[in-house]
Each structure stands twice: as C-alpha cells, then as structure tokens.
Design a protein around this ligand. Structure first.
Ligand SMILES: [Zn+2]
Length: 246
C-alpha cells in the first residue's frame, strides 16, 4: 500500500472507531429504553392490582352482608311461625318456652343487624378508598402513558439512528483493507473498543506510555501502520493536538 494510502487508511480507522462508539451508545439506549418502559408500565399496573384487590375485598364483604341478611330472613320466618304457634299453645309452660325462643331469635337478629351495620361501614370505607385509588390511577395512567409514548418515540429514533450508522460503518469498512480491518477489530475487542489513538507529544494516548523517538518519527510520517509497543493500539499523528500540547 502506498504511503498516502496508509495515511488515509488511518484516518478512516479513526472515523470508523468514532462511529463504532456512537453505535455502542445507541445499542445501550436500545437496551435500556424497553427496561424503562417496563418500569413505567409496572407502576400503572400496581395501581390496577391494588384496585382489583380492594374490589375483591368489597365483594367478600358484600357476600358476608348478604349471608347476615339471609340469617335474619330465616329467623324472621321462624318468628312468624312461633307467633302463629303462640296462639295455639295450651299450657303456660309451653307459652313461656315459646316466648323465650322468640326473645332469643329477636336478640340474635339485633346482633346480626349490628354486624351488618359494621360490615356496611367497612364497605363504605373501602369504596371511598378505592375511589381515591381509581382517581390516582387515572392521573398516573395519563402521565405514564405519555412517558411511555415518549420513550417509544426515543426507541424508534434510536433504531433509525442505528440503521443509518450501521450503513455508514459498512461504507467506511469497505474502504479499509480487510487485513487492517481485522487487526483493528482484534485490538478493539481487547482494548474496550479503542484500537486507534493519537500519539500526542510522543505519548500513546491509549496507555500513556512514552513512544521511542524513532517510532514517533515513523508515526509522524504516517506511511506505515505503527502499533504501540506497550498496549498494541494503532497510533496516528494528530498535528492539531500536538500543537496544543506543545
Ligand atoms: Zn499504548
């Protein structure tokens, strides 16, 4: 490969490395956004579950109330029977016994009536609490659905960006010699995605090791691919950065 070509290959690698870094960031977003959406949805779902639970409790209180009412109805039936029988009783003893039965049933009905009162009170309390929860749920859902919409939009944008950037990376890659690209990929994998670094001020900007003067001269000429003797990263000369350092 001609020296000029070598320099442009290095420039392409630097560009490609930058694109790869952007690609990793987008991929990170593509991973985290769905998790974020799940968290937001889980919050809305939690409200719904709580409402569902309160509703179930209300239903069980309602069925308790109904069973108390049935008890009272049954006793009322018996009371009616006893009151009719009372008219046909012959002895005082039988009469007194029947009155005792009637009093007993009436007392039990009063107690059950009290219980119904308490159950209804609790039901009312639960209903109020559920209404509050439902109101909160409505607010949270509107807010969270909006947030999910925004996140979904971000996700779609990131997907599009990934497509664009992947195409750009492919275009660049096609211009780089396969052997050099393979070397670049190997180093990138071993060095956290950073395979090409500047040799600013005679120092490798990847591992901050001083570069031997004759090697640095080689890098400055830019006609060969030079790797850092310490970290193996490909080194290039950045005149602008070097001027800033000097
Ligand atoms: Zn190095």
């Amino acid at each position: 490969m001609s020296p000029r070509n070598q320099a442009s290959q290095l420039a392409l690698l630097v560009k490609l490395q930058d694109i790869h870094a952007q690609k990793r960031n987008i991929e990170k977003l593509l991973n985290t956004i769905p998790q974020e959406i799940d968290l937001i949805q889980a919050e809305t779902d939690r409200y719904e579950e709580e409402i569902e639970q309160t509703l179930k409790l209300e239903q069980s209180l309602e069925s308790q109330r109904r069973s108390y009412e049935n008890e009272i109805n049954d006793r009322d039936q018996k009371l009616k029977q006893y009151q009719t029988q009372l008219l046909t009783v012959r002895t005082n003893i039988e009469y007194a016994a029947m009155l005792r039965q009637i009093d007993g049933l009436k007392r039990m009905n009063e107690e059950t009536g009290e219980q119904i009162f308490h159950v209804e009170e609790e039901m009312e309390e639960r209903r109020e609490r559920r209404a509050e929860k439902e109101e909160a749920h409505r607010r949270v859902k509107i807010e969270n659905d909006k947030k999910i919409g925004e996140q979904t939009q971000k996700l779609e944008q990131a997907q599009k960006q990934l497509e664009t950037i992947t195409a750009r990376a492919e275009k660049l890659r096609a211009k780089i010699s396969p052997a050099l690209y393979a070397r670049f990929q190997r180093i990138a994998e071993a060095r956290d995605g950073v395979a090409v670094v500047a040799a600013t001020g005679g120092i490798c900007q990847g591992c901050y090791t001083r570069i031997r003067p004759q090697v640095f001269d080689e890098i400055r000429r830019g006609d060969t691919i030079v790797q850092c003797e310490s970290c193996s990263r490909i080194l290039y000369y950045d005149a602008k950065q070097d001027a800033k350092k000097a």
